[in-house]
Write a protein that binds this ligand. Sequence first.
Ligand SMILES: [Zn+2]
Length: 281
Amino acid sequence: MDAPYAKLEQLEPGIARVLAHNPSAFTYYGTQTYLIGTDELAVVDPGPDLPEHLDALEAAIGARSVVAIMCTHTHRDHSPASRPLAERTGAPIIGCAPLALETAGPRADASFDGDYAPDRQLRDGDSLEIDGTNVTAVATPGHTSNHLCFAYQGALLTGDHVMGWSTTVVFPPDGDMGAYMRSLDKLRQREDRVYYPAHGPAVTNPQQYVRHLAGHRMQREKQILKLVAERPRTIPDIVANAYPGLDPRLVIAAGGSVLAHLLDLQRRGLVEQQEELWTAA
Ligand SMILES: [Zn+2]
């Protein structure tokens, strides 16, 4: 694929990125690791533990000091390189929480990085300074329960909460559609100038884009309510009707999204579940 793997791309003063070579149906061309700062740096979403990506990051960092290695969340395409990069640079890992111990069983899924161990966790609104400029955590649960975005100089690094190429996967039990919608609302209250997602191009019309994403989910919700109002349905039945012509690699993710909608609707008293079948309440 003709993507700028292992190259340092300067996006604006103080914000650069390096693309990791982990393309897939879920990651687009791969994970984009961001370097923020000029004389000193924070590395955001170091990515998968791939030696060539770590080499590219080390080359991009050069002689500059790394103040923090920051992760938006702990999916395997985001946080595993935090450990080898901490070893290579001596920098602390500062950012999202690990999933709490009692939730590591049922809430964790296959794509979850269980070895993630931050030196310091950031809560909503917590900041740290890079080159005298604040990077501030914005808690945005939904895609995962521990997801953070990072605000810097009017830009928002959105991780997987808002992606530039596709809608975000919200996969229960850790993914939560109600939380995701509230986190979209939270971005609508902000005035970020641009989003830099971990996957896909920069979003230069954030307000409009977030409105579009929320509208898309509301349409999907309506469609699911209509389908289960017609007759009781299983999730595969709903997926087949709601996502015609879906890429077979995405069927499981679509099922997860439908389940996330159904659980949210159930919480709001609008649907009921009996064994495998979902019906309107
Ligand atoms: Zn993710």
